[in-house]
Design a protein around this ligand. Structure first.
Ligand SMILES: [Zn+2]
Length: 73
């Protein structure tokens, strides 16, 4: 099921960035997603598929969302 992310969402991924942080912010969306590591501020591209698979936690406006909350039916 595809997830409906928004720019500004913060996600905790299963795999850490080389700097050790697992927390990222979504900064651009398209066919691929641009995400910024909140540990070292580096930005990287990730395919939608990988982002959806690797996402463990989602925060929007400071609130924790479940994957099922943003799943497209
Ligand atoms: Zn990092």
């Amino acid at each position: 099921m595809p997830l409906i992310f928004e720019v500004g969402d913060k996600v905790t991924l299963k795999k850490p960035h080389p700097c050790g942080s697992k927390d990222f912010e979504i900064v651009r969306m398209g066919a691929d997603f641009r995400i910024k590591c909140l540990g070292c501020e580096k930005e990287l591209w990730l395919s939608r598929r990988k982002l959806e698979r690797r996402t463990r936690k989602i925060y929007r406006n400071g609130e924790r969302l479940k994957k099922s909350d943003i799943e497209r039916e």
